[in-house]
Structure formats: C-alpha cells, structure tokens
Design a binder for this molecule. Structure first.
Ligand SMILES: [Zn+2]
Length: 82
C-alpha cells in the first residue's frame, strides 16, 4: 500500500524484491532504484507537461527510521498530529 506508512508523504514503490524504486523519467515506469543516502520521499517535479516523480534530493537522517530529510520529517510529524 502507498501512503499509509508515512502520512502525507509518498515514498516511491517497493517492488516484490523488497527494493524501493522511483519513476524519475518520462515513461513513468518505476525504474530508478533508491539512493541510500537520500531522503526516501517521492517528490513531484513541476514544469513538465505531465507529472514526474523522483526521490527527494535531501539528505536522510530525520523522521521515522532516520529515512527522511528535515523537510519531509516535518511533514510526517504534522500529518501524524492531525
Ligand atoms: Zn525529503
């Protein structure tokens, strides 16, 4: 399931292999493996004719499991408090 684990933040797609992937290209296929040094949030890039999603460029270390950047850790905290 998407979106339940970390409220308010999308976190890519976990494949049956257990590895997390991001789209990050124009085909919309989830074929970019997670970068283990970066925040696992999935962000939308604007300025294209259709949405593109890829892994946040922030450095991880905050939030649940230390998997998020400071910005996304705050989003999760705020959503959980609601
Ligand atoms: Zn982030």
């Amino acid at each position: 399931m998407r979106g339940d684990e970390y409220p308010g933040v999308m976190t890519g797609k976990v494949m049956p292999s257990g590895r997390r992937y991001y789209a990050g290209n124009l085909t919309g296929k989830y074929n970019h493996p997670e970068d283990g040094t970066r925040c696992i949030a999935e962000v939308q890039w604007r300025g294209y004719s259709f949405p593109r999603y890829s892994q946040c460029r922030g450095k991880r270390g905050k939030g649940p499991g230390g998997l998020f950047c400071a910005i996304h850790a705050k989003v999760i905290e705020r959503e959980k408090a609601r």
